[in-house]
Design a protein around this ligand. Sequence first.
Ligand SMILES: Nc1ncnc2c1ncn2[C@@H]1O[C@H](COP(=O)(O)OP(=O)(O)OP(=O)(O)O)[C@@H](O)[C@H]1O
Ligand SMILES: [Mg+2]
Length: 461
Amino acid sequence: MKKTRANLFFVYSLIVTLLFLILLTLILPLTSGGDRVIATLILVGGLAVVVVLFYQIYLNYIKPVHQITGTLQELIRGNYKARAFESYHYGTGRLAQSVNQLARNLQYLNRQEKMHGRQLHTVIDHMESGLMLIDEQGYVHLVNRKFIEQFGKTEEAYHNKIYYHVMDQQKVYQAVQEAFLYEQTVKGSITQSKDGQVSHLEFVGAPFFNESRELRGVVLVFHDITDLKKVEQMRKDFVANVSHELKTPITSIKGFAETLLDDELTNIELQRKFLTIIYKESDRLQALIHDLLELSKLEKEEFRLKIAKVNMTELLSDSVEIVRSQAEQKAIEIKFEVANELFLTGDAPRLKQVFLNLLYNAINYTSEGGTILLRAKQTDQWLEVQVSDTGIGIPKALIDRIFERFYRVDKARSRNTGGTGLGLAIVKHILEAHDGLIQVESELDAGSTFTVSIPLTLNNH
Ligand SMILES: Nc1ncnc2c1ncn2[C@@H]1O[C@H](COP(=O)(O)OP(=O)(O)OP(=O)(O)O)[C@@H](O)[C@H]1O
Ligand SMILES: [Mg+2]
């Protein structure tokens, strides 16, 4: 480039020199003597002036203009780093300055645009909802990471494809069609299974327009509502379970009360038996309602533990005293291996509830003559309490389920012991509020061990 420009100067200089030579050969024969010398001198001097002038023009105009043109071409190509050489010459110097200013502005705008693009891309890619952008001709322009997670395949599989070729959910592409047709937002929900996992998705197809209100495409957004559905299902199950649990005692209370009201019943012995049943059933009802209220209290947003320093050695020994008479009825021995002076910060009445529940369970699910061992020790930043029994044990596969509300391994047996199936759900709630954990090890017909770990100091409460 530089070379050709320099050549240009030499070519023009050569042409001018040739012209002068021709002039010289034409003029010289017409002159003689001193005139010839003067004419030659004038022509050579003229040539020198023209070459110098030409060189100046080349240096100040032609060369800078060429350079600036080169810079502009670089800018057109998208290289916004290109700059022109700013000479001191007034005209071209200002031109170069203006071009450089333009280049700087373009570079700035380009950088801004890239940054905005990146920001937008990051936001779209980190959205918790799947997103698909379809242009007015039905071609997919963009799918985000969540969308790929929800529907599988790769970005390339969607990009620049017609939407109904890449979406196999009929409900969705019908919604997109409607959004295009009526230019209105369309909502719907689908179930999507990917890698054997079923998820529930709610979607919105919204048309978008340019400034002159012309339809430019449709944006599809998918929200995962699987967890919401699960909660909804749990609520339904809970209501069904509660109703079922309430129905049984109420039916028997009503039945026996009706029989008692029957005038013909004169047998005092039988009356007493029926009244005892009514009493027991109402007791069960009371326990159930008490546990339900307890659970709902624990689940309330505003529920707060009443934190204080707790003497755990005392709390555990008090708990054993409370359950002792019930254990004695079944000739169950309770061994107490709790270190002295165990302290932690927590809610004492709630913690007592935890250990009473575990101890009652140990008694209820252990046959006569069995043994219960209560151990407690301090490890690092934790207090570890173990309640072991030599009872009936829990099948391995069901261990996780016993913390669910109303879950009982053996419904009939648990009901006989007056159980509501809410005890361990309450235990788990209280321990979670204390940032604690509960683990279970169990062997069928050999016994179970419930290990509770609670941090010694409770933060952020
Ligand atoms: N120590 C244990 N040994 C064997 N099975 C147990 C033991 N503890 C709990 N389970 C099983 O876990 C189930 C759930 O226990 P949970 O304490 O939540 O309910 P429950 O004892 O039936 O009733 P309650 O609400 O009155 O405590 C019990 O029904 C029982 O099947
Ligand atoms: Mg229980």
